[in-house]
Design a protein around this ligand. Structure first.
Ligand code: RIB
Length: 309
């Protein structure tokens, strides 16, 4: 008999202090412009996805590293406040990861990352991590660690979900270990070396990734929802009309919500995937209605209210 994993969702990934300034527009090269007051907000794709899933009611643990500065406890405390288990978020000698973010008047962002302690996540951290039903991975920790984690958890029978963000080239072997890949159009374009400009080109690029070993591809299309592509069928799931304030962490919100909904059905059949994608779209849309990364992530109650409206 196999043991039931203690956690619904395990995230092995990044924690960043987001240093955010709202500005009327993005500065050009060599240009200085004035924005609003600086805000320091808990972020990092890994930690955002952990909080997103936890707010949807999943039992979540996080594996990662923070530095020995004041940002470290700031980020860990926010995970704890959101009921994420932080026993495997370890201290490191380097600085905590930071993201320098500018948000323009349309709610679009531009981000520069300083990985800091995220670059120190290692194989021992992964090997001592707990079991879970779903593993969430992103690309803000070293690629060899992402690969190691995918291999380890695939062997354990965990559903492995990869958000290939920020966009990077991947080792082919990694694709064969992924149950569900969730790129945006830019990331999909880089992975396939194809121009992805609309749902049609996204579907053809996603199908190439299925050939290369991924089981399911979900392309997030921003305001146009998401495209679910499997070997059998494809469908575009529309998004929800909301007032956009800040798009930061919308993709993370989608993934956390999608994973939590998938756990309810405990199935990777097309209908259940489609239902979870719709739920993820609602979570992604809601995250754009509030400023910042983790403060913007919706609860289950908020998400259900939007879905029922
Ligand atoms: O996905 C949004 C996140 O990307 C931000 O919170 C920032 O930390 C960067 O990692």
């Amino acid at each position: 008999m196999t043991d039931i994993p203690k956690y619904d969702v395990l995230v092995i990934g990044s924690l960043n202090a987001d240093l955010v300034v709202r500005s009327p527009r993005f500065p050009g090269p060599g240009e200085t412009i004035s924005g609003e007051d600086l805000q320091i907000i808990p972020g990092g794709k890994g930690a955002n996805q952990a909080v997103a899933a936890s707010r949807q009611g999943s039992n979540v643990a996080m594996v990662g590293r923070v530095g020995s500065d004041s940002f470290g406890p700031f980020l860990v405390d926010n995970l704890k406040t959101n009921q994420v288990d932080t026993a495997h978020v370890l201290p490191d000698h380097s600085a905590t990861g930071t993201a320098i973010i500018v948000v323009d008047s349309n709610g679009q962002n531009s981000i520069v990352l300083s990985p800091g302690a995220n670059a120190q996540v290692n194989k021992t951290d992964v090997d001592s991590a707990p079991d879970a039903k779903i593993l969430l991975l992103q690309f803000e920790i070293p690629m060899d660690i992402v690969l190691h984690a995918a291999k380890r958890y695939k062997t354990m029978g965990t559903t492995v979900i990869l958000n290939p963000a920020p966009a990077r080239n991947v080792p082919e072997e990694l694709l064969t270990l992924i149950d569900i890949l969730v790129p945006n159009e830019t990331e999909l374009g880089l992975l396939t070396n194809k121009k992805v400009t609309d749902a049609q080109s996204a579907e053809s690029a996603a199908k190439e990734l299925l050939q290369r070993g991924v089981k399911t591809v979900i392309v997030t299309l921003g305001a146009n929802g998401a495209l679910l592509v499997t070997k059998e069928k494809s469908i575009q799931v529309p998004s929800f009309k909301v007032n956009v304030v800040d798009t930061t962490a919308a993709g993370d919100s989608f993934i956390g919500g999608f994973a939590s909904k998938l756990l309810e059905s405990n199935s990777l059949q097309f209908d259940e995937l489609q239902n979870a994608v719709r739920y993820g779209c609602a979570c992604g849309a809601l995250a754009t209605t509030k400023f910042g990364a983790q403060p913007s992530l919706p609860t289950k109650k908020e998400t259900e209210a939007l879905l029922n409206s």
